[in-house]
Design a protein around this ligand. Structure first.
Ligand SMILES: Cc1cc2nc3c(=O)[nH]c(=O)nc-3n(C[C@H](O)[C@H](O)[C@H](O)COP(=O)(O)OP(=O)(O)OC[C@H]3O[C@@H](n4cnc5c(N)ncnc54)[C@H](O)[C@@H]3O)c2cc1C
Ligand code: FES
Length: 506
């Protein structure tokens, strides 16, 4: 089934900013710090380190700020749906307070930088709300307000908001923020090249050897560095087992022009499991309403076109808009203990650092990561280093989290042992992809609109799970740790650094 969703299939943030054209790898690059990935983590760390006098090389496989950070909702807030009551229960009040403080500090860092460098990025102060629609969720809302107030956060309970539909009540955080994430990140990016520092695009890193100096091995050659930050959303290096301490969640967004008089004022997210995220941004002399939702684990839904259709139906039911103009989707790693992992790759690494597990709140946590990692490299004290230590033991705190881990394992085993069934290429309809078993091999076959079949191995090069078809994005997605590949097998999203192997079939 192909999508008949409306709107351009492109992130509004990317559609409304120029494409970048930084150079690819060239020989002889040797710097203090190599940073793999030009998203919010990599670019924040790079700018901080360069300001502190270090030479840096940001190495990006695609374009700057076009990964998860180019596809986000870009709310900058410490109100992460419902988190504080749970954190107090799980890790205690003083650590929960640090979580709140560190995210508030990240908001203030962005605000100060925007003001100081006059960054034209539609930054505005906004209130953030987590709203409950059914009365049954109101107790959770009130518990979150109490917990947040106990931690010194700017929280209050409100019985109603400017949303154009009835709610049971909401947590409100004052003085939060929103921005145009790509305008902000493109500004950071242009400050990097020069004075011994580099920003490289179209340069995929394959691995890192921690030696003296570290070798960052790309498809085109080696970059040498004293320290390395792996800022690839989920680390491409497997040693820290971050793929097993997180799971990849994909979610969908649509944008539609809205009359400013009918637009909600603030940033919103529902409190339930199937929640929607809502904000507006300046657009075409008026406002664009952005609504996200229909999230699921990567690779577990094939009819992703239906996700867009359900989301569009929600937007039309809840808001007065004309037409959807943009639709896009992306994914983030959800941490099992709700805290991001920021710090050394493993206890045995002295010069390789990571940041991951932002649980869909990486504007503040990604900024905080860039600041924390640069402090670690500069040898500066950071009050949040211990809380987010990437090498900490991760207890499986809740039964549903254990189940999540088991789902991945069960899928891996199931994929490997499933009875092989013979299948024929004729079973693949035009415009669709299907995993077939041909001569005992799992083959991912896609038939394009001209009828030509593109066949690649269905075995994910990361840790050998079997990929599944994503019809809205015509991609092959891996449910185990979130790698994604184009319909002809090119890697779109890590942790895989390799393409799906081409297959010859007839
Ligand atoms: C639907 C959705 C909505 C969200 N909305 C919000 C929100 O409103 N507020 C909020 O705070 N957070 C939000 N988030 C989360 C936030 O967007 C992410 O946590 C954050 O953008 C992650 O940044 P990053 O730097 O880790 O990753 P990225 O931005 O993906 O950067 C990683 C970069 O590494 C590059 N890379 C990968 N592999 C390699 C390699 N081998 N070699 C070289 N480069 C490589 C990639 O191309 C990419 O550019 C949302 C997430 C989702 C999924
Ligand atoms: S992403 Fe890990 S096996 Fe596919």
């Amino acid at each position: 089934m192909t999508t008949n969703s409306s709107g351009k299939s492109v992130s509004f943030w990317i559609d409304s900013t120029p494409t970048t054209a930084y150079p690819a790898f060239s020989n002889g690059i040797s710097v203090d710090v190599a940073i793999i990935g030009a998203g919010i983590v990599g670019l924040t760390a790079a700018t901080q380190l360069k300001k502190a006098g270090k030479t840096v090389a940001v190495i990006e496989s695609g374009h700057v700020a076009a990964g998860v950070s180019g596809h986000t909702t870009a709310k900058v807030t410490s109100l992460h749906q419902l988190v504080y009551a749970d954190l107090i229960e799980q890790i205690g009040e003083s650590k929960a307070r640090l979580y709140g403080e560190s995210n508030q500090a990240a908001i203030e860092y962005i605000a100060a930088l925007v003001a100081m460098e006059q960054i034209d990025c539609d930054f505005s102060r906004q209130s953030a709300y987590t709203f409950a629609e059914p009365d049954s969720e109101i107790d959770q809302i009130k518990a979150e307000v109490d917990a947040a107030l106990k931690l010194g956060l700017p929280a209050s309970f409100v019985p109603e908001t400017s949303l154009p539909f009835a709610i049971a009540g909401a947590v409100k955080f004052d003085n939060q923020a929103q921005f145009h994430v790509r305008k902000y990140l493109l500004h950071l990016a242009q400050t990097i090249p020069g004075d011994g520092s580099h920003l490289l695009e179209h340069t995929r890193v394959l691995k890192v050897e921690e030696e003296d100096p570290c070798q960052v091995i790309t498809e085109q050659g080696v970059v040498h560095a004293h320290d390395v930050i792996v800022a690839t959303n989920l680390p491409i290096l497997d040693q820290g087992l971050f793929f097993a301490k997180t799971h990849p969640k994909r979610s969908y967004l649509v944008g539609a022009k809205i009359d400013p008089d009918k637009a909600p004022n603030g940033m919103f997210i529902g409190s339930g499991k199937e929640s929607h995220s809502i904000r507006t941004t300046p657009y075409d002399g008026g406002l664009l309403l952005i609504v996200g939702g229909e999230g699921h684990k990567v690779g577990t839904v094939t009819d992703t076109a239906a996700c867009y259709q359900k989301l569009e139906a929600y937007v039309h039911d809840h808001f007065e808009i004309d037409a959807i103009s943009h639709r896009w989707s992306t994914q983030d790693m959800v941490s099992f203990d709700r805290l991001p992992y920021i710090g050394k790759l493993t206890p045995f690494n002295q010069h390789t650092y990571v940041a991951t597990g932002f649980s869909l709140w990486g504007m503040s946590k990604g900024t905080m990561s860039g600041l924390l990692l640069s402090d670690l490299i500069l040898g500066k004290e950071n009050p949040y280093a211990e809380l987010y230590d990437a090498t900490r033991a991760t207890p499986f705190l809740k039964p549903e989290l254990i189940k999540n881990g088991m789902d991945v394992a069960a899928r891996w085993v199931g994929d490997r042992l499933k009875n092989l069934q013979s299948s024929a290429l004729t079973e693949v309809p035009t415009g669709e992809g299907k995993v077939l078993t041909i001569n005992g091999d799992k083959v991912a076959a896609y038939r394009d609109d001209q009828g030509t079949v593109h066949a690649v191995s269905a075995v994910c090069p990361h840790l050998a799970c079997i990929v599944s078809w994503n019809n809205a994005e015509t991609s092959w997605d891996c449910a185990c740790h979130g790698s994604r590949f184009s319909c002809d097998g090119k890697v779109l999203h890590g942790p895989s650094v390799k393409d799906l192997e081409p297959q010859v079939v007839s």
